[in-house]
Structure formats: C-alpha cells, structure tokens
Design a protein around this ligand. Structure first.
Ligand SMILES: [Zn+2]
Length: 241
C-alpha cells in the first residue's frame, strides 16, 4: 500500500487498520526533489503516534514503512515508452512512470494506490481509465480491454481500493469510526509556502474541489479562488474548475 501521509492514502491505511481490523504494510517513496518530503514524513510519524491511542493492537497492525528512494527506481525503456504515450494523450502525472517501474520490482506487484471516487470534475484520463477496471479477488484491477490505450499498461500491477469514497465521504467515514483527528494530521501540499499549504499545486487544487477547502489557510484559499476567477474570465467556456 502506497502511503504518502496525504488525505486519500491515510484514509485507506486507517480504514483498513481501524475499521476493518486488517494489517497494512505501507510503502513510501522519498522524492528528494519535492519540497513537501519533510512535511509528509512528519505527518506519517504523527499519525503513527496518534494510532497508539487506539490500542497496541491497532498500532501493531500498521507495519513498519518500506522506504524507497525515488532515485533508486530504474525505469525500463518499455515503461518510459508507455509513459510518453500516456503523457501525450492524457497528461498522466510523472509519478506514474516511476510507480509503474516500482510495481514491477520484487514483492511490489499489487501496489495499492488510493485514488478517490470520481466527481463531476474528473479528468478525461479518469473517465476513460476507470471503466476499464474489473473486480478481482484482490480488489479492482485493470482488465484485459485497454480501450485502445496501450499506455494504461503502466497501471497493470496496481490495485485501486479507494474508489468508493469521495474526500467528503472519507471525512464522514473517519468521523463515524473515530479517526478524523488522525486524518487532520495528513499533509497534502507539494509546494508549501512558509510551511503551510500553497493553494496552487495539484493536491491543493483537488483538496478544494473535493470539498475540503477548509484544510487550506485563508490566504491559500484566496490564491486558489483568484486564480480560477482569472482563468474563468479569460475563458468562460472552459468552465470554472
Ligand atoms: Zn499546495
């Protein structure tokens, strides 16, 4: 299970450990180039500490994190080719190139990624890719039909256990099962300013449109809003989001 200390992946970790009583072995990829790395590590440590209050059993079910340096992940020419095709067609995020490479390493097949349930602002990639998933004993996985998009092979070894929840529904579920305070410790921004969420990066954007703008400081919310208003004034047909 890929754990970043962010909202979606932390929700999945805590849901399995606290609601389902299952065990999780998290995998964290350290990306030395990302400014948010220290924040992510602190968030995960705080969440682990907080988990202890839910009992020694719960704390033990969250196994030690396997930490992998991004620089140590070798991308094969095949994956690089698939990724290039994916970027050209769907602007797939660069992390999926090295995550695909990671998922082909020993013991990593079945890597769980915690994508949320699509909402009205779902990207074209999401709308094209998600219908191709099939249910299996291990949860939802990519089926044989790729809809003509070979690039989707990048996601062959992934599982998608979190697609039944929007960010809001995660909030509700966490509140119901008593782990909302731990969810409040999560970190999501990739480009923090003065140690706080920026309101401009992709995870900040998805936090706002997922209905959790309250998690951003006022200044960051204003940054997000003014940027979208400017964009909307320039191109009203492009929609506000
Ligand atoms: Zn941000």
């Amino acid at each position: 299970m890929l754990w970043t200390g962010g909202w979606d992946s932390t929700f999945h970790v805590l849901k399995v450990v606290l609601k389902e009583g299952g065990r999780v072995e998290p995998v964290y990829v350290i990306d030395e180039e990302r400014r948010s790395t220290a924040h992510e590590e602190l968030a995960m440590a705080a969440i682990r500490d907080g988990l202890a209050a839910h009992g020694a059993g719960a704390a033990a079910r969250l196994l030690p994190t396997r930490v992998i340096r991004r620089a140590s992940i070798e991308v094969s020419p095949r994956i690089a080719r698939l990724y290039e095709a994916g970027v050209d067609r769907f602007s797939i995020g660069s992390q999926y190139e090295w995550l695909a490479a990671l998922s082909e390493q020993d013991g990593m097949s079945g890597l769980e990624v915690s994508w949320e349930k699509p909402n009205k602002t779902a990207t074209e990639f999401y709308r094209t890719f998600l219908p191709l998933l099939v249910s299996s004993a291990d949860g939802r996985v990519l089926g044989h039909d790729l809809g003509g998009h070979d690039a989707f092979e990048l996601f062959r070894n992934f599982r998608f256990p979190n697609l039944d929840y929007t960010k809001w529904e995660m909030w509700d579920c966490a509140e119901q099962h008593g782990f909302l305070p731990l969810m409040q410790l999560t970190w999501f921004c990739h480009r923090p300013r003065s140690g706080r969420p920026c309101g401009r990066c992709t995870p900040c954007h998805y936090t706002v449109i997922g209905g959790l703008a309250r998690r951003l400081p006022l200044r960051a919310r204003w940054r997000w809003l003014s940027r979208h208003v400017r964009r909307w004034i320039r191109d009203p047909d492009g929609g506000f989001w």
